[in-house]
Design a protein around this ligand. Sequence first.
Ligand code: GLU
Length: 301
Amino acid sequence: MTQSTAPQHLVSRFAPSPTGRLHVGHGWSALMAMDLARAAGGAFRLRIEDIDGTRSRPEHVDGIVEDLRWLGVAWDGPIIFQSQRLADYDAALDQLRAMDLLYPCFCTRADIQASLTAPHGPEGPVYPGTCRALPNAERTQRIAAGMPHAWRIDMQAAVARAGTLRWAALPYPIDPDAHAIDSPADPAAAGDVVLARKDAPASYHLSCTLDDAAMGVTHVLRGNDLRAATDIHRLLQALLDLPNPAYIHHPLLLGADGKRLAKRDGAIALAELRGAGMDPQRLADDLRAGRFPVGITAGAA
Ligand code: GLU
């Protein structure tokens, strides 16, 4: 194996959640992330985000692996499963608790919906902070009584501690000669987000940030629906003293109606295209060239 002499060994990744089969948009994203690494002589990793207890299904993991292989997506090293990394998530939660930046939240979805005054952030309604005000004794008592609870970050306190933050944005379409642009992070817009869920040991924000660091990911390529998440991930990196990768946000594949691709748009699952006899090499070439069997890209990258 040839070693890259570049000062930084580029590591990219694809991180699907096994909540269903992959569609064309996933395949396109995975190919772009793989090509980014290959062009730089770096490594491309695969991570399965399988700790969404309610929606993840083990049987989808095999499907994802099969679909990616069919499309010609090949990753380096073992597949990383989030379900095997729970101890790391726990340790980070302990660290943030010791910094006094987390509080238990006992609110139900209905409680939160009921607070109609809640403003909307980039990821939906901003949590009104009800449980932030609970006295410590009350918290201890409720936890001791076995009341289900999530752990939220005290965003104001976290931002005050971390100071002004920026993340490195690389452009889409990918340009190997492009320099990263400093993009200001505004994690506060999302409010007190959940870092450990009632039904899962860690939220997407926490597990993804920790995994990217543990896997040595230097370049995160993902859809621009996750742009606001990047602000939160940058904050967690600062608080937990983790490296901060560069980010490339690509447009999403949309149906002709301008909405995100869905089953109604026809045979868009890779498995269905395969079943219909599509040549995977031709599909991969088409996706790389921005020709999609279904869907159009739109939205600022
Ligand atoms: N698992 C996430 C998803 O399928 C992607 C996470 C990421 O790329 O950061 O949407």
